[in-house]
Design a protein around this ligand. Structure first.
Ligand code: NAD
Length: 342
């Protein structure tokens, strides 16, 4: 029987070309507008597949994985893989892969755009210009925060939480703005201390000191609600929070309260705690800029992510070592090796 890759969403063309060249069998399973299958449909389809290639926002919980313990791999389209129950996959000898690196610069660009847009209220001013109010009232000033040193020539402080690929790419963008950079990342403390132009801070110190706090850690048990009411309360009233990591890293209810009370100046969000739902009150606030999870959304980068995910899927289908595996211990496990014997 031929082995099959299941792609339950409208994957970009360059990824499809990888499949064609590799001459593997693929089932694309989605509605005419790219609508994903229902949970029950996904489970049924996974039962008949050998490798699953989900979109990074598509949940792949325990029930889906357990529906087919014979899976040879899950190739996630995205660098974050919190959508997948990796522990269950590992237990069942299923390798899981992601798409690191190819989206780093694109996501850092979006993070930077969001920081600038939030600081200078760009979307709010755009809507105001279009509304016609400008002509009628003679102008609203849209006072913002400086990103560069500003009139008083004081360098602004950028606090980076999660100093990995994207966090460091954001740091590089801050150089032209003469910012002072501080960072918190418990797993990278030594590297940060050795790096020129960045100083290590513990989380609470970073929050107290920063003019801008930008989040770039993965969503894990440890980072869930890393930024809660207590942490938000430590921020300066003039500070801005930017989140392009994952929604649940921030307690969104606490964020809405803090923003409503004007206890921080603003927030720019690309990701949400209950995506695509927004916490009640968030959309009524004037000091937020809200984007629909578009961190990696450029044509070139999405195509490249599809290539990486497709190459990983093909490798796993053929029982070969995938390129970017997140649970490499699986490859040595008896349960995985036994699957390859068939
Ligand atoms: P990375 O692994 O290179 O960097 C993540 C960093 O976070 C690591 O250095 C890690 O040590 C650090 N970290 C882990 N636990 C931490 C903690 N408790 N506190 C602080 N830091 C911690 O990953 P990356 O490629 O830079 O991507 C980072 C995240 O960005 C991804 O996991 C993903 O969720 C998110 N992302 C979002 C979008 C988007 O569309 N908005 C796009 C790409 C990535």
């Amino acid at each position: 029987m031929t082995r099959k890759i299941l792609v339950p969403w409208a994957m970009p063309e360059r990824g499809r070309e990888v499949f064609k060249k590799s001459k593997v069998e693929v089932r694309y399973f989605h509605g005419p507008k790219g609508e994903p299958p229902t949970f029950e449909e996904l489970i049924e389809a996974v039962r008949q597949a050998d490798v699953l290639l989900p979109r990074g926002t598509q949940p792949v919980p325990k029930e889906v994985i357990e529906s087919n313990p014979n899976l040879l791999g899950i190739a996630n389209f995205g660098v974050g893989y919190n959508n997948i129950d990796v522990a269950t996959a590992t237990q069942l000898g299923i390798p899981v892969t992601n798409t690191p690196g190819v989206l780093t610069e694109t996501t850092a660009d979006l993070g930077w755009a969001l920081l600038m847009a939030t600081a200078r209220k760009v979307p709010q001013a755009h809507h105001y210009t279009l509304s016609g109010e400008w002509k009628e009232t003679g102008g609203k000033s849209f006072m913002g925060q400086d990103i560069g040193p500003g009139g008083s020539n004081r360098p602004k402080i950028l606090g980076i939480i999660g100093f990995g690929r994207i966090g460091q790419a954001v740091m590089r963008r801050s150089r032209g703005f003469k910012m002072k950079v501080i960072a918190y990342d418990p797993l990278m403390k030594k590297e940060i201390e050795k790096k020129r132009g960045v100083e290590y801070r513990e989380l609470h110190d970073l929050l107290k000191e920063s003019d801008f706090v930008t989040l770039h850690c993965p969503l894990t048990k440890e980072t869930h609600h890393l930024i809660g009411e207590r942490e938000l309360a430590l921020m300066k009233p003039t500070a801005i929070l930017i989140n392009t990591s994952r929604g649940p890293v921030v307690d969104e209810k606490a964020l809405v309260s803090i923003l409503k009370e004007g206890r921080i100046a603003g927030a720019g969000l690309d990701v949400y705690e209950h995506e695509p739902e927004l916490t009640p009150g968030l959309s009524e606030l004037e000091n937020v800029v809200l984007l629909p999870h578009i961190g990696s959304a450029t044509q070139d980068t999405r195509e490249q992510m599809a290539v990486v995910a497709a190459k990983n899927a093909v490798a796993m289908l053929k029982g070969k070592r995938p390129y970017t595996i997140v649970n490499p211990e699986v490859l040595e496990s008896t349960v995985y090796l036994q699957k390859l014997e068939f």
